[in-house]
Design a protein around this ligand. Structure first.
Ligand SMILES: [Zn+2]
Ligand SMILES: [Zn+2]
Length: 260
């Protein structure tokens, strides 16, 4: 079992990280991709300790659209910060998470676009996959991704995919995979479950996005990697597959996309 996107180096886990990891391993977790904010020295320090403590931890780093405003004067400098992290920690598996968030708009949109574009180019230059964060910004995200892919190959995943079947088709057309969060377990996520039934099994990933978005029956509490089991169970049920089959497929897809 894998968790293809979580924030275990975040402040929310400082007090009880060993217990969180114990529960994850007890639940069958083999690997987790830990997203580390590239501009955050404290988080990076914790991430390095975490990665050194268990070989099931993979690291990814990038500048989130919420933090793009820090690079308003020079959006391209965000890629420089990420590149410095990649150079300092050779095991980083992806540039993530990067993208556009027009829901919160914590950063001006033109700055978000500049920061996103620079990091797409960096991922291509380093031959690394990307994990995309896109919220109410699907058109611009797909446009910028197509621009980048016109220049050079680029692989990756739409993290926290919550769209309907039509949105899934548009996202899959980029060649990227879709990572399904715990939201798929929510009673009202009818269209998302419909989309999940239609995604090719070899393009499907699962994630917690912990500490956010805990699935049923943990909804409203801090999320953690052990809970990805509930997401896998829901997907298996929706697709008429065994839990073991979905666990194996998502683990294989993860290994292929984020291979060292
Ligand atoms: Zn995100
Ligand atoms: Zn995230």
């Amino acid at each position: 079992m894998i968790d293809s996107h979580c924030h275990l180096a975040g402040e929310e886990f400082v007090d009880d990280l060993p217990a969180v990891l114990d529960r994850a391993r007890a639940a069958g977790l083999a690997r987790a991709l830990v997203i580390v904010a590239a501009e955050n020295d404290a988080e990076w320090l914790r991430a390095k300790a975490l990665a050194s403590s268990w070989d099931g931890i993979d690291l990814a780093t990038g500048v989130h659209p919420h933090q793009a405003h820090q690079f308003a004067a020079d959006p391209g400098a965000a890629a420089g910060v990420v590149a410095a992290r990649l150079d300092a920690w050779p095991g980083v598996r992806a540039v993530a998470e990067i993208g556009l968030d027009y829901h919160y708009d914590f950063s001006p949109r033109e700055v978000q676009i500049g920061v996103f574009r620079a990091q797409l180019a960096l991922a291509q230059a380093r031959d690394l996959p990307v994990a995309l964060h896109t919220r109410e910004a699907e058109d611009d995200t797909l446009r910028l991704l197509a621009e980048a892919q016109a220049v050079a190959p680029l692989r990756g995943v739409f993290h926290c995919f919550t769209g309907d079947p039509a949105a899934a088709s548009r996202a899959l057309a980029t060649g990227f995979s879709l990572s399904i969060p715990g939201i798929v377990t929510f009673p009202r996520a009818v269209e998302l479950r419909e989309a999940v039934r239609a995604v090719p099994l070899d393009r499907l990933l699962v994630e917690t996005d912990a500490p956010y978005l805990a699935p049923v029956p943990h909804r409203g509490t801090r999320n953690e990697p052990a809970f990805v089991a509930g997401t896998i169970a829901t997907i298996a049920h929706e697709r008429g597959l065994s839990v073991a089959a979905v666990t194996a497929a998502t683990a294989a897809n993860y290994a292929r996309l984020f291979a060292a």
